[in-house]
Design a protein around this ligand. Structure first.
Ligand SMILES: Cc1cc2nc3c(=O)[nH]c(=O)nc-3n(C[C@H](O)[C@H](O)[C@H](O)COP(=O)(O)OP(=O)(O)OC[C@H]3O[C@@H](n4cnc5c(N)ncnc54)[C@H](O)[C@@H]3O)c2cc1C
Ligand SMILES: *[C@@H]1O[C@H](CO)[C@@H](O)[C@H](O)[C@H]1NC(C)=O
Ligand SMILES: *[C@@H]1O[C@H](CO)[C@@H](O)[C@H](O)[C@H]1NC(C)=O
Ligand SMILES: *[C@@H]1O[C@H](CO)[C@@H](O)[C@H](O)[C@H]1NC(C)=O
Ligand SMILES: *[C@@H]1O[C@H](CO)[C@@H](O)[C@H](O)[C@H]1NC(C)=O
Ligand SMILES: *[C@@H]1O[C@H](CO)[C@@H](O)[C@H](O)[C@H]1NC(C)=O
Ligand SMILES: *[C@@H]1O[C@H](CO)[C@@H](O)[C@H](O)[C@H]1NC(C)=O
Ligand SMILES: *[C@@H]1O[C@H](CO)[C@@H](O)[C@H](O)[C@H]1NC(C)=O
Length: 597
C-alpha cells in the first residue's frame, strides 16, 4: 500500500488522489472485515506530516484557522473532532500517528513502547527530581496511545465540585464510549483479584460499570478483545474532514501575541516540522477564534512558560520576554503515588492483563492489578504486567538510586533468576487525592527537552499514612481465601521468593506489616508512578472555569493540566470527556441552538 510522500508536486498530486485512495482502501478493508487493520500511517485524508504545511491548501480551506489546537492528545482529538463540525480547525501534534505503529496498537507491547527511548518513540521518558521514572506521550492520540487502557468515569461528586453541566458530561462520556471503549474479558488473575477484594471487604460488587462507585467493580478498557488499542485519534473519524487539518511531527515552540491592545491577544503559533523547518500558523481574525493548548500536564505549562506566560523572574532568567506575569503557571503539580506488591503464581504462565478491575475504598486509596508472564528471561518481553525494571520501575531500589546503570545491572542478573520471578502479577494501590504538591520549571528554552519536574511524593504526612493503609488492604487481599486458593503458594516457595525478591526487583508482602514506621519506609522506597500526574494550569489560578487563560485573550488550556485532583480511579475517561464537552460548550456558546449539538 502507498504511503504519503512528504514533499513537492508528488504530495500535491497525492492530495487530489487521496479521496479516491481512501475510498478504495476502505472498501477493500471493509470487504475483508478488517477495518482496524489499515496499514497506512495516515488513515484520514486530513492527517499530514508537518513538512507539507506550506503546500498550497485546497481552495476550500482558508489560510487561517478558527481554532488552532496544540497537541492532538486525549483531550485535543475529541475537541478537534467536535469543533470541526462548524469551524476550521488546525491540530498540531509533535508526535507521529499511532495507526501503523505496532508498539502502540497492541496491548502486548505496552511496556515495550514505554521502554523505547529513541526520539521517534511514542513515549518520552522523564525522571522527576524525586527520582521516579515516568513517561509522557508523544504521538497522535496522546496518553491514550501509550497508556494501560483502563476506562472509568469521574464520581458524581467530582463533577458537582468542578461545576460541570452534569447532563452534558453524561452525553460526552457516552459519545466517547460508543466509539472507543470496550468491556474487558477477565482472565483468572483478574477474577481472583476481584474475589479477593470482595473478601477483604471492598464491597459491594458493582459488576461491569463505567461509574465511580464504592466497592469492587470491573471497568471499561480501550483495548478490544483482540488486544488492539483504540485511541483518541480514532475519534477524528467523527470530524468534518473538510474543516480539519491535522499535522503530525509539528512541534509548537511558541504562541505569539499581539501586545498592542489592552490585553495580550493570541494571534498564532510557531512550529517546527520533522525536518526542523519553521512554520507559522495564524488564527482567523473572526470574533471567537482561539488557540487551545491541549499539550498535557507537562506540555501545557511548559508551552505557556516558553511563550512568556508565567512567573516573571523565572522567565527573565531565560531571557523570555514576559507577556503576562502569573506565578501559578507550572505550580501545583502532583502525581498519585503508586505502590505495588508482586504475587508470583505457581504453575502455568499467566496471561498478560493490564488493569480491568478496581477496588474503590472509603480510605482514599484505589486498588488495581495487572499480570504478566515469564515468556523469556532474556528479552524485554519478560515483564510484570504494567511494571517492569526496563521502564525504570525498580521498585525495590529507592527512587534516587534508580539509575540507568541499575537497569543494566538488573538486565544482566535477570538471566539467573528463576522463572517464578516473572510469572505473576501486581496488586497496586494508588492514593486517590495526593496532598503533596510540586512544580515544573524550565531548564532551558528547548520545547523538546523535559522541564525540571518535581512531585514531592509523600511530603504530606496524610499521603504517607494513606499509603500504609493501602498496603494493609493489599495484604488482606493476598491473604484472602479466594486468593491463596488461586496462587497456591506454600511457605517454602514463599521463602525462596522472598530471598530473591531484591534481585528480581519486585516487592513481595513486606515483612513487618504491623509496624507503621517500617511500612512508611516501604512506601517511600518502593514508590513508582501510575502516570496520572496532573496540574500546572489550575482552574482559578491559570485558567477561568471555562478554561480561558486568565489575563490574555483568545487562548485556552483544555487537558489534564487544569485538574487539581485526578478524576475517577483513572483519569483518561474524564480527559476524553472534557475534550468533547468543551467542544460542545464552545459550539453552543458561539452558535446557540444553531450548533445542533
Ligand atoms: C504509561 C501510561 C499509562 C496510563 N494508564 C492509564 C490508564 O490505564 N487509564 C487511565 O485512565 N489513564 C491512564 N494514564 C493517564 C492518561 O493517559 C493521561 O492522564 C491522559 O492521557 C492525559 O491527557 P492529556 O490530554 O492531558 O495529555 P496527552 O494525552 O498526553 O496529550 C498531549 C499531546 O500534546 C502533544 N504535545 C505536547 N507538547 C506539544 C507541543 N509543544 N507541540 C505539539 N504537540 C505537543 C503530545 O505529543 C501529546 O500527544 C496513563 C498514562 C501513561 C503515560
Ligand atoms: C453545525 O454543524 C452541524 C453538523 O454539520 C450542522 O447540522 C449545523 O447546521 C451547523 N450549524 C451551523 C450554524 O452552521
Ligand atoms: C518499538 O519499540 C522498540 C524498543 O522498545 C523499538 O526498537 C522499535 O523501533 C519500536 N517500533 C516502532 C515502530 O516504533
Ligand atoms: C449521569 O449518569 C449517571 C450514571 O452513569 C447518573 O447517576 C446521573 O444521574 C446522570 N446525571 C444526569 C444529569 O443525567
Ligand atoms: C540573556 O541575555 C543576556 C544579555 O543579552 C546574556 O548575557 C545572557 O547569557 C542570556 N541568558 C540566557 C540564559 O540566555
Ligand atoms: C478453590 O479453587 C477451586 C478451583 O481451582 C474451586 O473449585 C474451589 O471452589 C475454590 N475454593 C475457594 C474457597 O475459593
Ligand atoms: C538465599 O539466597 C542466598 C544467596 O543470595 C543463598 O545463599 C541462600 O541459601 C538462600 N536462602 C534460601 C532459603 O533460599
Ligand atoms: C508484629 O506483631 C507480632 C505479634 O503481635 C509481634 O510479635 C511482633 O513483634 C510485631 N512486629 C513488629 C515489627 O512490631
Amino acid at each position: 500500500m502507498a504511503m504519503v510522500v512528504g514533499g513537492g508536486d508528488c504530495a500535491a498530486l497525492y492530495f487530489y488522489l487521496l479521496p479516491l485512495f481512501v475510498w478504495i482502501t476502505t472498501l477493500l478493508t471493509f470487504c475483508q472485515g478488517r477495518q482496524y487493520d489499515h496499514p497506512a500511517q495516515y488513515r484520514y485524508s486530513f492527517i499530514k506530516p508537518a513538512s507539507s504545511f506550506s503546500l498550497p491548501l485546497s481552495s476550500a480551506m482558508p489560510a487561517t484557522y478558527d481554532y488552532i489546537i496544540v497537541g492532538g492528545g486525549t483531550a485535543g482529538c475529541p475537541l478537534a473532532a467536535t469543533l470541526s463540525r462548524n469551524y476550521t480547525v488546525l491540530v498540531l501534534e509533535r508526535g507521529g500517528t499511532p495507526f501503523a505503529n505496532a508498539n502502540v496498537s497492541f496491548m502486548k507491547n505496552f511496556h515495550i513502547s514505554l521502554a523505547d527511548i529513541s526520539p521517534k518513540s511514542a513515549s518520552q521518558m522523564f525522571i522527576s527530581t524525586d527520582g521516579v521514572f515516568n513517561s509522557r506521550a508523544r504521538v497522535l492520540g496522546g496518553g491514550t496511545s501509550i497508556n494501560a487502557g483502563f476506562y472509568s468515569r469521574a464520581s458524581q461528586s467530582y463533577i458537582k465540585r468542578v461545576g460541570w453541566d452534569a447532563k452534558l458530561v453524561n452525553e460526552s462520556y457516552i459519545w466517547i464510549e460508543k466509539q472507543i471503549v470496550h468491556r474487558p474479558v477477565l482472565n483468572r488473575w483478574q477474577r481472583a483479584v476481584r474475589d479477593g477484594m470482595l473478601e477483604a471487604g471492598i464491597s459491594p460488587f458493582n459488576g461491569f460499570t463505567y461509574d465511580h462507585l464504592y466497592g469492587t467493580k470491573v471497568g471499561g478498557t480501550i483495548f478490544d478483545r483482540f488486544g488492539r488499542r483504540h485511541t483518541a485519534a480514532d475519534l477524528l473519524s467523527s470530524a468534518n474532514p473538510y474543516n480539519l487539518h491535522v499535522f503530525v511531527h509539528a512541534t509548537v515552540h511558541k504562541i505569539e501575541f499581539d501586545t498592542t491592545g489592552k490585553k495580550p491577544n493570541a494571534v498564532g503559533v510557531i512550529f517546527k516540522d520533522e525536518n526542523g523547518k519553521k512554520h507559522r500558523a495564524i488564527l482567523s481574525k473572526r470574533c471567537g477564534s482561539e488557540i487551545i493548548v491541549s499539550s498535557s500536564a507537562i506540555g501545557s505549562p511548559q508551552l505557556l512558560l516558553l511563550s512568556g506566560i508565567g512567573p516573571k523572574e523565572e522567565l527573565e532568567k531565560l531571557n523570555i520576554s514576559v507577556v503576562l506575569d502569573n506565578e501559578f503557571v507550572g505550580k501545583g503539580m502532583s502525581d498519585n503515588p503508586m505502590n505495588s506488591i508482586f504475587v508470583p503464581i505457581n504453575g502455568r504462565p499467566l496471561k498478560q492483563s493490564l488493569i480491568q478491575t478496581v477496588g474503590v475504598t472509603k480510605l482514599g486509596v484505589y486498588i488495581e492489578a495487572s499480570s504478566g508472564f515469564g515468556q523469556s528471561k532474556d528479552s524485554i518481553h519478560c515483564n510484570h504486567g504494567i511494571a517492569s525494571a526496563e521502564i525504570g520501575q525498580l521498585s525495590t531500589i529507592p527512587p534516587k538510586q534508580r539509575t540507568h546503570e541499575a537497569i543494566q545491572r538488573y538486565k544482566r542478573r535477570k538471566r539467573n533468576l528463576p522463572h517464578e520471578a516473572f510469572n505473576g502479577g501486581f496488586i497496586l494501590e494508588k492514593i486517590a487525592k495526593p496532598l503533596s504538591k510540586g512544580q515544573i520549571s524550565l531548564l532551558n528554552t528547548n520545547i523538546n527537552d523535559n522541564p525540571s519536574i518535581t512531585f514531592n511524593y509523600f511530603s504530606h504526612p496524610a499521603d504517607l499514612s494513606r499509603c500504609v493503609e493501602g498496603i494493609r488492604i493489599v495484604e488482606k487481599i493476598l491473604k484472602s481465601k479466594h486468593f491463596t486458593n488461586y496462587t497456591k503458594l506454600d511457605d517454602e516457595t514463599m521463602e525462596k521468593l522472598l530471598n530473591m525478591s531484591v534481585e528480581a526487583n519486585v516487592n513481595l508482602i513486606p515483612k513487618h506489616t504491623n509496624d507503621s514506621k517500617s511500612l512508611e519506609q516501604f512506601c517511600k522506597d518502593t514508590v513508582i508512578t501510575i502516570w496520572h500526574y496532573h496540574g500546572g494550569c489550575h482552574v482559578g489560578k491559570v485558567v477561568s472555569p471555562d478554561y480561558k487563560v486568565l489575563g490574555v485573550e483568545r487562548l485556552r488550556v483544555i487537558d489534564g493540566s487544569t485538574f487539581d485532583y485526578s478524576p475517577g480511579t483513572n483519569p483518561q475517561a474524564t480527559v476524553l470527556m472534557l475534550g468533547r464537552y468543551m467542544g460542545v460548550k464552545i459550539l453552543r456558546g458561539r452558535l446557540g441552538k444553531e450548533a445542533g449539538v
